[in-house]
Design a protein around this ligand. Structure first.
Ligand SMILES: *Cc1c(COP(=O)(O)O)cnc(C)c1O
Length: 400
């Protein structure tokens, strides 16, 4: 029988299981020394100034917006071409979601669209590195750094100190990706990573906040604010309480978004072999490209390798002349061949909840044009090059 090809199964090694069991046997299973170690390794890996591990990328973004003082009366600009988490967190902190379209022919947010949507109330922009390809960060910063533009910032706020809205990267797809030679985490002002089950590095559920070095900001203070919000505003975590006095203070009304040592153990193991993980994913990408490039109707993902290096998270393949109906038929055909392919993402204005907020997909024609003829192909560590050969062969049959 031929192998069933799944879209994104997790992949662990014996050493991962051993590390998890070690934590379970250690008597300390929630936030403790392994989380600290994972944070240190993550800072070291990306070059960010500070890292806080949390329970998800969603939690990371919600904490960041809160610490950045974003709330009612404020606006945050983000892309329609993302998962709902990127936008829902804006709503949850009480601010207004302002959607921007993607650049023509791109899955990433358009700097020009951001420019058109800036108002004095704009406090942050959330850019999403779709499929692990970094956004046009310099162009976005150029748009935000407008000396002639009158922003309405609270004195002493992070935005005031920067002289512009904060640039937050939703790097859920782009751990290890680089923009102009710098890894994500040290590119945007602040970054959120996801370690959800389907991402390049997974702790089942999990995420991280990273803050980039910036002489205008106290990074120490920002990350300790984030840490407070991640665990009920408690000035000592359970580990510190265990090691010291029972007394602690609640500094503010925070969330419950901390990571456990069990998750961190999984993260540490994968981060140590992450360069090899990226190499493997890159080889799968190259195999896809070898089969599909210069063949009709395929349009391969592309970016300027002098500026960006992706993390090979998803392989988005566009099909010239296809619409939703034909694309969906191709997905069914592949399923009949025991191959799962997917679509990332359904633009947010196509969902009920966003329609109810007044958004209309017709206002985002670039994003719709990207969505209607895209399929995402499996890229994961259980695949070998022969699997990619088979997937490509069936795709070529399928599009006929
Ligand atoms: C997966 C994903 C998220 C959410 O990550 P969680 O860790 O599940 O909160 C957010 N944004 C994008 C672009 C994602 O793909």
């Amino acid at each position: 029988m031929q192998k069933k090809i799944e879209f994104s199964p997790p992949y662990f090694l014996e050493e991962d299981f051993e590390e998890v069991v070690k934590v379970l046997k250690s008597g300390w299973i929630t936030t403790g020394p392994r989380v600290k170690e994972f944070e240190t390794l993550l800072s070291h890996y990306t070059g960010a100034k500070a890292t806080l591990c949390v329970s998800s990328a969603t939690a990371a973004m919600q904490i960041l917006l809160t610490v950045l003082g974003v709330g009612p009366g404020d606006e945050v600009i983000t892309t329609v071409y993302t998962y709902t988490a990127t936008a829902s967190v804006i709503h949850h902190v009480g601010a207004k979601i302002v959607f921007a379209d993607t650049s023509p022919g791109s899955f990433n947010i358009s700097p020009e669209e951001i420019k058109q949507r800036l108002t004095p109330k704009t406090k942050a922009v959330i850019a999403v590195d779709y499929a692990g390809i970094p956004c046009d960060y310099d162009e976005i910063l150029e748009v935000l750094n407008r000396p002639s533009f009158q922003y309405d910032f609270k004195k002493g706020s992070v935005q005031d100190l920067l002289g512009r809205p904060v640039l937050l990267s939703d790097a859920s797809h782009s751990l290890g990706a680089q923009y102009k030679g710098i890894k994500m985490g040290a590119v945007a002002d602040v970054t959120a990573f996801s370690f959800h089950a389907v991402k390049n590095l997974t702790t089942a559920e999990g995420g991280a906040i990273q803050i980039k070095e910036n002489p205008r900001l106290s990074i120490e203070e920002l990350i300790s604010q984030c840490r407070l919000y991640s665990l009920h505003g408690q000035d000592k975590d359970a580990w510190m309480k265990e090691k010291g006095s029972y007394r602690y203070d609640i500094k503010l009304l925070g969330y419950k978004f901390n990571m456990t040592d069990i998750q961190a153990a999984l993260g540490i193991c994968q981060l140590k072999r992450y360069p090899a993980i990226l190499e493997k994913r890159k080889a799968l990408f190259a195999q896809y490209a070898g089969h599909l490039k210069h063949k009709k109707p395929f349009i391969l993902p592309s970016y300027d390798p002098a500026v960006k290096t992706g993390s090979y998270h998803l392989f988005p393949l566009r099909l010239t002349g296809f619409n939703e109906v034909r694309r969906d038929a191709l997905i069914e055909f592949m399923k009949s061949k025991d191959i799962t392919i997917n679509v990332h993402f359904i633009p947010l204005p196509m969902f009920t909840a966003y329609k109810q907020l007044g958004f209309d997909i017709q206002d985002f024609s670039n994003a719709y044009a990207m969505f209607e003829n895209v399929v995402t192909l499996p890229v994961h560590l259980q695949l070998d090059l022969q699997d990619v050969d088979r997937i490509c062969e069936e795709l070529i049959n399928g599009v006929k």
